[in-house]
Each structure stands twice: as C-alpha cells, then as structure tokens.
Design a protein. Structure first.
Ligand SMILES: NC(=O)c1ccc[n+]([C@@H]2O[C@H](COP(=O)([O-])OP(=O)(O)OC[C@H]3O[C@@H](n4cnc5c(N)ncnc54)[C@H](O)[C@@H]3O)[C@@H](O)[C@H]2O)c1
Length: 446
C-alpha cells in the first residue's frame, strides 16, 4: 500500500501559512480563571486512602499528584527494588507484592494503576470487585474485549474511573476541540494525529532475571519468554505482547483528542487501513517504530494517524525532529474554513482570528477540567463521571487497537462502531481478544 509522501519543498511551502501565537487567547484564559479551583479535602477526615499498584515512572508521578488529595496507605509492585524505593518516600504505607491482597487492606478507597498496559484491565477489574475507585493509566486496555468488559463492570459496580489521558484536562486541547465542535473552522474534513516514532532496535539477548523481580508474574497474561531487559520496565510498550508501540502509547492521547474534536467519543471509525514504514528487526522491538494508519468515519471525516516522519538524504525514513512546517507531535483539525493545530506546547491556526475571536454563542460546551487528578478526586465525592471516564478511555484506545489490528493484518478493514466488531472478517475479529496465559486470565480476579 502506498501513501503520498510530502516532498521537502511541499513541506516548506506549507509552513508559509499564517501561524498564530503559541499563547492561549485572553478570553479563554479568563474563562478558566472563573472556574472553581480543583477539589481540596473538606476536612482532615475527608482524605481517601490511596493504593498505588505499579511503582514505576508514571505510577510514582501520579501518586505524587494524588497524595495532595488523600493519604497513601498502600504500595504494590512485583519488583522488590521498585517497591523499596517507593516505600522510602511513603514510609507509613503498607507494602504488597500481590494487588489482590493490597486492595482489601483496611482504609483503602482508591487505586492508582501504574502497571504496564497488559496488566491494566485485571488490576482495574479487581479494584471494581473490591469496591474501590480507580485512576488508571492509559492506554486503558490491551484489547477491545478487555475494554467492553471493563466498561460493563465499572458501570455495574458504580465506580468512578478516570483514565490517565491528562490532555482532557489541558486548556489548549479543550480550546481546540471546543472551537472545532462549534464550527470555527467550518465543516470538519480531516484530522491528523502525529505521534512520536517508537524504538527500533535489536536483536536483544536474554539475561538472568534481576534479583527481586517476579518475571513470571510481570509477564502476566502474555506468552512466557526468557527475560530480556528491553522487554521489561519502560520499554515494554515497543512489543506487541504487552502493548502496541506508540500507536497505543501516544495514540491513546492524541486519538482521544481526535474523537473529542469530532464529537464521536462513544463511537469510532467505520474503516481503516495501515502500513508499517519500517520493518522491525527480528529478535528486536516487535512493534513497528514508524507507521501510518488511515481511518474514515460515518460522517465523512477522514483521519490519518502517523508517526512524525521525514525523508532522509537517501530517501530512507528517519524520524524526529520534523522539518519546518511539518506538524510535530500533536493534533491538526482541518475544516472547510481553516485549520487548528494543537500540541502540549502550542496551539496554532491557519488564521489568528480563529483563536482570537471569543466563542460567544456555543452549541457545544465541553466538560471543563484544569486538573486531571483533582477532577478524579472531585468525582469520587460527587459520584459524577470524570472528564476521561471509562467509556472515553475504552473508545479512545479502541481507535488505536483497530489501527494496530489493520497493521498486523496488512489489509483494509471495516469496523462497526455500534457492534464494536469488524464486518465480515473473522480473522480480524479474533484479534479483539488475546489468549490469556493461566493463571493470569480473568479468573485471576474473579
Ligand atoms: N499519562 C501519561 O502521559 C503517561 C506517561 C508515561 C506512562 N504512562 C503509562 O503508565 C503505565 C506505566 O508506564 P511506566 O513507564 O511507568 O512503566 P514502568 O515499567 O516504569 O512501571 C511499571 C511498574 O509496574 C510494575 N508491575 C508490573 N506488573 C505489575 C503487577 N501485576 N502488580 C504490581 N506491579 C506491577 C512493574 O514492576 C513496574 O515497576 C503505562 O501503561 C504507560 O502507558 C502514561
């Protein structure tokens, strides 16, 4: 499958369009200033007990934010080194190797789930069964089947679940989506989600399992293999077994914004096709580092999700930094009357007036949160849905999973967003779930 490539000249030409400043418009800042501050404890007794499962980089960061709103009562990790490091920061918390035991410790109300993707769902299902509220890192699931089960369980158990898609609580992304949803760029035609490229490397040799790490349990539901450092902490995301590269890692963020801007948060695309731009090295990271996925939606909008790619001197594909004018890691909405590009660093438009003009008459008002963790703790009290509730987390990562399945199969697929299955394609539908290795299957948390 061939996709059109932009030449260097075309890229430079496209950079000549008018760019607005990176700062947020004053009218939008004033609106944010009017909103109440994120929730703070009402009293010394209004501090939920927090358990962190997965004391790695992101889990530890999330916990430092959550600790403003509650008390850290438990820490859980299957790597004793990481558990000990976390315990040194929170000496009053109890420590656990098995999250099922940790969740039933007295005084535990909230779980922060910072495990790798292939453990998210079982930890979240166990938390629902233990009657706890959940802040779960994105991508919410490993498979679409996991997402369907999780949505059902969270709703039936009346739990609050916030997905760790913090761009939902970022003023820039909300502004972009609000403008698009209210017709500021005319009729929406195309969405481009540009993601960082992944790791390309290998082959990797196995080595002895580090002391204190329960490697069998770390692998959980996935097929068992010898220990390889690059499969474990941090870089697990570049392997099919545990994740789907940057397509689910960053895609869970930017494709979430794409759905938000399109107003299709409880739906999804109707067709997709995908292509890897660089084949993985046998014995190395198994998910392609660079790829391009195309989607079409029932309302006629098309969506390209691609790694930030430029052409090297010999025509070979190289990755970041992008050429001037090329859209860096972020989301670009293009409509009949202009475009808006938004990233974690800036918001730009084809005409500065698109951003400058206040949105006076709105038909769509998006849920406003300026503090993702604060929004979660506020919802624990109000029992309302947080800004990135379980349904949103599931549908956003479903877009990524659908693209990943198309990448795996290498042919166009039709998706039915109401039934949440591929149309007329039994092989693709088999990838909605994955075989789970016992004893780390759903029965593990039943
Ligand atoms: N929201 C964001 O911007 C953002 C940024 C980075 C990472 N993340 C997400 O956070 C998650 C963790 O990423 P990371 O980079 O911190 O990974 P990491 O590998 O550094 O940490 C994961 C930790 O979980 C532990 N663990 C694994 N299985 C476990 C289990 N069954 N029980 C208890 N502990 C277990 C590991 O030992 C490890 O300490 C990923 O899903 C990732 O996508 C989100």
């Amino acid at each position: 499958m061939n996709f059109p490539r932009l030449s260097r000249r075309a890229l430079l030409r496209s950079s000549a369009v008018i760019l607005a400043g990176a700062a947020l418009p004053a009218w939008h800042e004033a609106e944010a200033a009017d909103r109440p501050a994120p929730t703070t404890p009402l009293s010394a007794n209004d501090r939920p007990g927090i358990l962190l499962v997965g004391c790695g980089g992101m889990g530890s960061h999330d916990l430092s934010l959550a600790a403003k709103f509650g008390d850290v009562v438990g820490l859980c990790d299957l790597d004793q080194t990481r558990l000990a490091k976390a315990a040194s920061l929170y000496p009053k918390a109890r420590t656990f190797a098995d999250f099922r035991e940790a969740m039933h410790a007295p005084g535990t109300h909230v779980v922060i789930n910072g495990t790798p993707d292939h453990w998210h769902t079982l930890v979240n299902l166990a938390a629902v069964r233990a009657g706890l509220d959940i802040y779960s890192e994105k991508p919410l699931t490993l498979t679409i089947d996991e997402g369907k089960r999780l949505v059902k369980a969270v709703r039936a158990g009346k739990r609050v679940l916030q997905t760790g898609s913090q761009q939902r609580s970022d003023k820039r992304f909300r502004l972009a989506c609000e403008l698009v949803r209210n017709g500021r760029i005319g009729r929406l035609r195309h969405v481009l989600t540009s993601l960082p490229s992944g790791q390309h490397g290998g082959p990797f040799a196995s080595s002895p399992v580090p002391a204190g790490l329960d490697w069998d349990r770390w692998q959980g539901q996935t097929p068992t293999v010898d220990y390889v450092t690059q499969r474990c902490h941090g870089s697990f995301r570049y392997w099919w077994d545990y994740s789907a590269g940057t397509l689910t890692d960053w895609g869970a963020h930017h494709n979430d914004i794409a759905l938000w801007g399109m107003g299709l948060e409880d739906s999804g695309p109707v067709s997709t096709h995908a292509e890897a731009l660089l084949a993985p090295i046998p014995g190395g990271f198994s998910f392609p580092s660079t790829y391009r996925v195309e989607y079409a939606y029932a309302n006629g909008v098309t969506h390209t999700c691609q790694t930030v790619v430029t052409e090297g001197p010999a025509g070979n594909v190289i990755t970041e930094p992008p050429l001037p004018g090329q859209m860096a890691n972020g989301v670009k909405f293009t409509g009949t009357d202009g475009w808006i590009f938004v990233s974690r660093l800036k918001i730009e438009a084809s005409d500065p007036e698109i951003l400058r003009e206040p949105l006076v008459r709105r038909t769509v008002n998006l849920a406003a949160s300026d503090n993702h963790m604060g929004n979660f703790f506020g919802c624990i009290r109000s029992r309302r849905d947080p800004v990135a509730h379980v349904g949103i987390g599931h549908r956003s990562v479903s877009v990524c999973h659908i693209g990943a399945i198309a990448l795996r199969l290498g042919r166009p697929l039709k998706w039915n967003p109401a039934r949440e299955e591929f149309t007329g394609d039994a092989e693709a539908n088999r990838w909605l779930a994955r075989a789970q290795r016992a004893p780390y299957d759903y029965a593990h948390v039943a």
